[in-house]
Design a protein around this ligand. Structure first.
Ligand code: SF4
Length: 369
């Protein structure tokens, strides 16, 4: 049993119809019930919920403060390689994009560590393309062993792995794995992932089950907003989350909301999400799930990120580089995508403090494990 058998029970068109047919009464129910379910989530992300945005924002804020206090966990992405054997229509690292390829050596990784430690980071997210031969399990194991003495929390966003491989990496200090399905619409998924191992929709879909069985501390799910109708895709992500939480209740969960940004590959968007709609989605997730980490990257603008700090986000990156080696030796020709909020870490944390929140660098995860 995996999420593959669960998703087969769902019908994309029916879910879509349900969302778009939601009424004000459905939204009221979702806002008033003590235990919102997936039907309530559908109402909260529907067009019918747009006039309720103020109420949703207030509720999301209150629930987040009750559970997390006024704290924002800081993390930094650490790009180790831009080599990739897949073709993804939306990504600057795609195999068919003619860019310089680079994988960091031990010395280059340590040069990045030096810069990130000088900024104060303690939570790190390793990011690579998907190139099993050069950036496979042995490379990750070595990288985690190099990084572990310097960071209390290590996450990866790399190719989906086998259960035994996750177990091996957990053994050397891995805490969190983020794998985004990109889109839960199988047909559309095929169009955007025409070549490479990532073209196998089902293998990717079952990845979180493998992580759960391996006993991962935290796992992240999500969609790449823009590839499909964002409301229907987000419903599927919430259904995936709901399934995982019930089955792998020992793990913790994270959701993020990447909206497509300009990149070397370029791609035509199927749906364009407005800032208001992204706020609606963030609040809907918080109302649906009070425990989950809601994470935001520097893909979003300075103004937008300032505004959402109080609305439910609990984990955020700053000062990010998306080119391997970019903290010590920036090279825009190696970037995955162009970041939007270009503030330094100290400028960004000041904006958090100015809003009455506390930026947290040192996590509490380590003592709980
Ligand atoms: S999204 Fe990931 S798998 Fe696809 S091209 Fe980019 S790095 Fe490779």
């Amino acid at each position: 049993m995996s999420f593959k058998s669960e998703i087969e029970k769902l019908n994309w068109d029916q879910i879509s119809k349900q969302i778009y047919a939601s009424t004000a009464a459905d939204v009221e129910h979702a806002l008033n019930t003590a235990k919102p379910d997936l039907n309530d989530f559908a109402a909260l992300i529907s067009p019918a919920a747009a006039p309720y945005l103020e109420r949703m924002a207030q509720k999301s804020h209150d629930l987040t403060v009750q559970r997390f206090g006024k704290t924002i966990q800081m993390y930094a992405p650490l790009y180790l390689s831009n080599e990739c054997q897949n073709i993804c229509t939306y990504c600057g690292f795609s195999l068919d994009v003619k860019i310089e390829r680079k994988t960091l050596s031990d010395e280059e990784i340590m040069a990045e560590v030096k810069v990130l430690k000088s900024y104060g980071y303690d939570h790190i997210l390793i990011v690579t393309g998907e190139a099993n031969k050069t950036v496979g399990i042995d490379y990750f194991k070595n990288a985690i062993q190099l990084l572990k003495p310097h960071f209390s929390h290590i996450a990866i966003e790399v190719q989906p792995l086998e259960q035994e491989e996750y177990e091996e990496l957990i053994g050397v200090g891995l805490n969190t794995v983020l794998v985004y399905q990109e889109t839960y619409n199988k047909e559309n998924y095929k169009k955007h992932h025409p070549k490479g191992k990532k073209s196998n929709f089902d293998y990717r879909l079952e990845t979180h089950d493998r992580m759960g069985k391996a006993g991962i501390y935290k796992m992240g799910v999500g969609v790449l907003i823009g590839l499909e109708d964002w409301r229907t895709d987000s419903f599927y992500a919430a259904a995936h989350l709901d399934y995982l939480e019930k089955k792998y209740w020992q793990s913790n969960y994270s959701i993020s909301f990447p909206r497509l940004r300009p990149c070397a590959g370029g791609v035509e968007l199927k749906s364009v999400m407005s800032d208001k709609e992204l706020v609606q989605l963030i609040c809907a997730y918080r109302i649906f799930n009070q425990e989950i980490e809601l994470s935001m990257s520097t893909r979003e603008s300075e103004v937008f990120r300032n505004n959402v700090i109080k609305l439910g986000i609990t984990s955020i990156s700053a000062d990010s580089k998306t080119d391997p080696g970019g903290y010590a030796n920036p090279n825009v020709n190696l970037e995955q995508f162009e970041i939007h909020d270009k503030r330094t870490t100290s400028q960004f944390i000041q904006s958090i403090i100015d809003q009455g929140y506390e930026p947290v660098f040192k996590g509490w995860d380590k003592v709980l494990q």
